[in-house]
Design a protein around this ligand. Structure first.
Ligand SMILES: C=CC1=C(C)c2cc3[nH]c(cc4nc(cc5[nH]c(cc1n2)c(C)c5CCC(=O)O)C(CCC(=O)O)=C4C)c(C)c3C=C
Ligand SMILES: [Fe+2]
Ligand SMILES: [Fe+2]
Length: 346
């Protein structure tokens, strides 16, 4: 069997034109694992309401962060894929869950190379049904319909993998070592609380009450909230951060349902009001810088902090194509390729 890797990130619109943003948001938000309402209600909400108002606003936001080469998320994902490709012996193809290059195009490309043993690598440190799960489900649907001869395995959420914690901690340390910051915020993309309950395999563990995520449970293999807090805890331990100087919060909520709290914007506002002058913020749910880090945090977040009287607002870049991160990704891929080869020999 010939091996290859499908590296998958979220995706971006093709351009900042509101029509392209509308097309992208339509595909994204009609995913039943993102807006998890029955089809009729999702269609009404997305096509009847969100797509009439949001694309213009989102297009303006994208215009502020767009690069000459395109969407930062896609350019940075390509840079990672290229760097990792130099360090491994198997082909790596990059695909996006929404927009292009699509997952079906990516799998077709691998198929054309003769690859039939595929490692699906979702670029998400923490599991969520709106991210990791939807990638794996779509991959399997495409496999069954178009490439039934292929065999798939995947890289599970790596929120607590020592190599990931090491690189993330180093990326933070490099930015904060000379800062003398008062508060460090770990801001993760939010999800509706309902998503956490739906992903609870035990059906009874997740109470979202502040203690469940600290109590050992089989539910945590698929609990986004637990995995976010665990990433924060392990980094804080590695960097010897003092209790009370670091916080976990959740950003980018949409709609009126309760999402994971505390919310990042309110946390920044509170710190400003409390007289905090220097804060830093890291966004570990994102492997590549994107709209949510470059605009929502680095621009809007900074503005909120300054309006509330804060002075220094330091944003810590995502891992992007850092050499040490590319090295870790390459090691995981090489480990997979070796194990799969020895299975084939046995
Ligand atoms: C119900 C809506 C959404 C859920 C649930 C959700 C989960 C989720 N998203 C990411 C990562 C990213 N999201 C990004 C943009 C983005 N997310 C939503 C909505 C939900 N996300 C929207 C509507 C948008 C588009 C922008 C906007 O209009 O505000 C991005 C950035 C994409 C880019 O092109 O730069 C990322 C990355 C995660 C990790 C996650 C759950 C854990
Ligand atoms: Fe999102
Ligand atoms: Fe939990």
């Amino acid at each position: 069997m010939k091996k290859g890797v499908l590296m998958v990130n979220l995706g971006s619109p093709d351009s900042t034109d509101p029509e392209d943003v509308k097309k992208y948001l339509g595909e994204f938000l009609m995913d039943e694992r993102v807006i998890d309402f029955p089809l009729w209600a999702r269609t009404l909400l997305v096509k009847g309401i969100i797509l009439n108002t949001r694309p213009k606003k989102s297009a303006e936001a994208y215009s502020k962060i767009w690069w000459e080469k395109g969407s930062p998320l896609i350019v940075l994902s390509e840079m990672l894929q290229e760097k990792v490709s130099e360090k491994v012996d198997v082909p790596i193809v990059l695909a996006m869950r929404y927009g292009s290059p699509s997952m079906i195009q990516g799998l077709q490309k691998l198929n054309d190379m003769g690859v039939d043993e595929v490692l699906i690598f979702p670029l998400y440190p923490q599991f969520a049904m709106a991210t990791t799960e939807t990638i794996l489900v779509l991959a399997e649907e495409i496999r069954a319909a178009h490439f039934p001869h292929m065999r798939f395995s995947d890289i599970p959420a790596f929120y607590n993998k020592p190599e990931y914690i090491e690189v993330l901690s180093r990326s933070i340390e490099e930015k904060i070592k000379d800062l003398d910051f008062e508060k460090l915020v770990f801001s993760y993309h939010g999800v509706p609380e309902r998503h956490i309950r739906k992903s609870d395999v035990t059906k009874s563990h997740c109470k979202i009450d502040g203690t469940c995520c600290k109590t050992a449970s089989a539910a945590h293999q698929f609990c986004y909230r637990h995995q976010c807090y665990e990433t924060t805890r392990q980094v804080a331990e590695k960097l010897n951060l003092k209790e009370g100087t670091y916080f976990t919060s959740f950003q980018s909520r949409l709609g009126f349902d309760p999402w994971l709290q505390p919310y990042t914007d309110r946390t920044i506002e509170r710190f400003g009001k409390e007289g905090i002058k220097k804060m830093a913020i890291v966004t570990p749910a994102f492997v590549s810088d994107c709209l949510e880090t470059l605009e929502e945090i680095a621009m809007e977040g900074e503005e909120i902090f300054h309006e509330m009287g804060g002075k220094e607002f330091t944003t810590i870049p995502c891992l992007n194509d850092r050499d040490d991160w590319a090295h870790v990704v390459a090691t995981w891929i090489n480990d997979w390729a070796i194990v799969e080869s020895s299975k084939a020999i046995a």
